[in-house]
Design a protein around this ligand. Structure first.
Ligand code: NAG
Ligand code: NAG
Ligand code: NAG
Length: 497
């Protein structure tokens, strides 16, 4: 594979001497999520999730009318997944549990034997291969039966989720030591309810998203408290939540205030209640929404308040922080009367800002994906400044493409440039980054983009019933980074590729 050699050698030539090693114990991994890879949507006693229902009911909302019915067929091909994780030399594999596969009624009155077997097999073989399972308890696939009762907008969801989490901890916590309660609540609250392009597909901007936001904070906290009270002393694991955060940069110096508002909306709404010393909503956002609600003639704020008791319940419910980073946007204050699109795509009506991009940011071949590696360092520094010196696990980072090519030099460069910035965070900014996970191990069902957008280090042939996985250049590059535990990719390793 001459092209592979050429690519990796040219990267290693750029490498400067020394300082390119990751700290001892720094963990490298890769990630997936149940609905995006498992398939087997109607196997055994599994019930319907909101994504099963959404994909079948609104095919026009997904590119190519795609569904996750089969996806990567990881329900059957899980041994192959572990083989490729092993080929890469991963320290951990992050996957999620399907609520409807494990608890088809949504409630803990009934546990599926088939679901239990599937996740036990997966966890046990990973451990046999010395790959640590990092488990996301919820990655977008709520039981449809709970959606019928209001889903994430029903306050009871916090207890439904905590009861589900208790089952998960009790079944798998003897072997799983790193837990993510919820993945990217901004996606299933703000994108889902502001725009309707994610399951459950209801549009309720400025109302549904905030109710969902509050309930996710309580759900996470209740699950964390369950772990604390009932499992921690025996299982000795770590629990947190994962948030997706775009780096939001002031367009010009005058826009710094607007940018900070935007950061408080994107990061703060899902971090401040949990990670700040004060708890509760970010004060600036709480004030703005209360003011807007008043102007709209409401006798209360559209943003549901936290009681003192709820603030205390949620505050401090973390053992580390999970952080997903992909891309960045510029921010400026909206002009009077300027049309503002729905958050988080083109702006935010409640805080009157407009998002944009810089001309010199490279664009991946997917329209929304601008590449700004410095953004990950800036975001890490902001998180430390805002919430203190918390250990951070980068639970997702990766590059989208629309081409299936195996020679994915843009993705290789993306990993290298972001890992360089992470090293600067660790060494210069003294941010305690504990590990890094690529999204994704392999191409999969990318929600609204169906199979048209690819993030995989492994290509998956979705026309082949075997769903054959084939490594790209990025897989070879990442394996060499993991192996050398540094960005000084060893020439000997390169020659062997
Ligand atoms: C499950 O769904 C597949 C399509 O993805 C269909 O071919 C099959 O008949 C279904 N099985 C059951 C038991 O309904
Ligand atoms: C997708 O589904 C819509 C609605 O059911 C249908 O009109 C359209 O023809 C489908 N497109 C493809 C590519 O199958
Ligand atoms: C699919 O896998 C089976 C069993 O490993 C193999 O016999 C068959 O040739 C494969 N088919 C394709 C199209 O790769």
């Amino acid at each position: 594979m001459w092209w592979l050699k050429a690519a990796v050698i040219s990267l290693s030539v750029c490498a400067v001497l020394g300082g390119r090693h990751f700290p001892p114990g720094f963990m490298f991994g890769a990630a997936s999520a149940a609905y995006q890879v498992e398939g087997a949507w109607n196997i055994s006693d599994k019930s319907l999730s909101i994504w099963d229902y959404f994909a079948h009911t609104y095919p026009e909302k997904i590119v190519g009318n795609a569904t996750g019915d089969v996806a990567c067929d990881s329900y059957n091909k899980w041994k192959t997944d572990i083989e490729i994780a092993s080929e890469l030399g991963l320290h951990f594999y992050r996957f999620s549990i399907s609520w409807t596969r494990l608890m088809p009624t949504g409630f803990p009155n009934y546990i599926s034997e088939d679901g239990k077997r599937y996740y036990n097999d997966l966890i046990n073989l990973l451990l046999e291969k010395r790959i640590q399972p990092v488990v996301t308890i919820y990655h977008f696939d709520l039981p449809q039966s709970l959606q019928d009762l209001g889903g994430w907008t029903n306050p009871l969801v916090a207890d439904w989720f905590a009861n589900y989490a208790r089952v998960v901890f009790s079944l798998f916590g003897d072997r799983v030591k790193i837990w993510i309660t919820l993945n990217e609540p901004i996606t299933f609250c703000d994108i889902a309810y502001n725009v309707g392009t994610q399951a459950p597909g209801y549009i309720s901007p400025g109302v549904g998203n905030y109710i969902c936001n509050k309930n996710t904070m309580l759900a996470h906290a209740k699950a964390y408290r369950v772990y604390d009270k009932e499992f921690r002393s025996k299982q000795k694991g770590k629990v947190s939540i994962t948030n997706e955060i775009f780096w939001l940069e002031a367009d010009t110096e005058r826009d710094e205030e607007a940018a900070e508002k935007a950061r408080q909306l994107m990061a703060g709404m899902y971090c401040h209640p949990i990670f700040s010393k004060q708890g509760g909503w970010p004060p600036v956002i709480e004030r703005i929404i209360a003011e807007k609600s008043k102007q709209e003639g409401l006798p209360y704020s559209r943003l549901p308040t936290f009681t003192e008791e709820e603030i205390e319940l949620v505050k401090g419910t973390y053992d580390f922080m999970g952080f997903n980073y992909y891309t960045a946007r510029t921010v400026r204050e909206a002009k009077p009367g300027e049309e503002i699109g729905p958050w988080p795509f083109t702006g935010a009506s409640d805080i009157d800002i407009i998002l944009g991009e810089r001309r010199d940011w490279k664009q991946a071949d997917v329209w929304w994906f601008y590449i700004y590696p410095e953004g990950i360092r800036k975001q890490l520094a902001w998180l430390k400044e805002e919430y203190g010196d918390i250990e951070i696990l980068i639970t997702e980072n990766g590059c989208a493409s629309s081409s299936p090519y195996q020679y994915d030099e843009v993705r290789v460069e993306y990993y290298k440039d972001h890992l360089e910035q992470i090293l600067l965070s660790i060494n210069e900014d003294r941010v305690r980054v504990m590990g890094y996970s690529v999204w994704a191990l392999m191409d999969n069902f990318e929600w609204n983009d169906g199979y048209s957008v690819k993030f995989g280090m492994y290509d998956v042939d979705f026309r082949d019933p075997n769903r054959t996985r084939t490594p790209r250049a990025s897989a070879e590059y990442y394996a060499s980074v993991v192996k050398s535990h540094s960005l000084d990719v060893n020439n000997k390793i390169i020659d062997e590729l």
